[in-house]
Design a protein around this ligand. Structure first.
Ligand code: ADP
Length: 243
């Protein structure tokens, strides 16, 4: 359903992605693990054109695009099929939870306001925030703000949701509620690509774990493969450090 081929990206002299291939099937929850600086976030950002790759392509269902030379129209088409959950939520502070979720539906998807409001309500209900529709971000905890971020992604009905370290800005006591929501939408069959340091989530929820280091995929497999019998020394070293 989603396939990346030979994705490359440098920042000046720093080669961050050195040819990354990745395939995701419908309903998969793919968790990308790896040390800080290994290129995980950059990979997600290249897929959504938040960064321009230097080379590589992506295929989303029947849409195939060149990640370096995609036209505006192709960028738009990819963004219609994907949604992004940011580390720092990226909510509009001058909009309520409901308005934050409606925004992309009205301006990005051109859905009429009333229908957008209804969709946004349903999405906020799904993440357990039906009592916070009119709250502004400052009135919400970090965990609640991130749940609004997830509702905003869900409301778009994307083919895949890209999560960029969704819990790493949160106080430890707020991580659980966000992972709980992610667990629940995974169980609903949402296709998810998740960069995270939450090993327990990777173990329990991932259908596939991808280990990246130094701008390449070192190995990938089921959680049992990666955590139970990693093949590569680099993977073993990383797991020894974090577990
Ligand atoms: P990870 O998500 O695995 O921690 P990142 O993809 O965030 O890794 O970053 C990989 C490397 O690229 C890091 O060394 C980081 O400093 C660098 N990098 C990321 N974004 C930029 C940027 N916009 N400009 C320059 N360097 C960047």
């Amino acid at each position: 359903m989603l396939e990346f081929k030979e994705v490359r990206k440098s920042f000046g002299p720093l080669e961050v992605l050195k040819g990354v291939d990745l395939t995701i099937s419908k309903g998969d929850v793919v968790v990308i693990l790896g040390p800080s600086g290994s290129g995980k976030t950059t990979l997600l950002r290249c897929l959504n054109f938040l960064e321009r790759a230097d080379a590589g392509s992506a295929r989303l269902s029947s849409l195939e695009v060149d990640l370096r030379n995609a036209t505006k129209k192709e960028v738009h088409a990819v963004r219609q099929k994907t949604a992004f959950v940011f580390q720092n939520y990226n909510l509009f502070n001058n909009k309520t939870a409901l308005e934050n979720v409606m925004e992309g539906l009205v301006t990005g998807r051109r859905i009429p306001k009333e229908a957008a409001r209804e969709k946004a309500r349903r999405a906020l209900d799904k993440v357990g925030l039906s009592d916070k529709l009119d709250a502004y971000p400052v009135q919400l905890s970090g965990g609640q703000q991130q749940r609004v971020g997830i509702a905003r992604a869900l409301a778009l009905d994307p083919e895949v949701i890209l999560f960029d370290e969704p819990t790493s800005a949160l106080d430890p006591e707020l991580v659980g509620e966000v992972l709980g929501v992610m667990r629940q939408i995974a169980a609903d069959g949402t296709t998810m690509l998740v960069v995270t340091h939450e090993m327990q989530f990777a173990k329990e929820v991932a259908s596939r774990v991808v280990f990246m280091d130094g701008g390449v995929v070192v190995e990938s497999g089921t959680p049992e493969d990666i955590f139970g019998r990693p093949k590569e020394e680099r993977t073993r070293q990383f797991l020894r450090r974090v577990l």
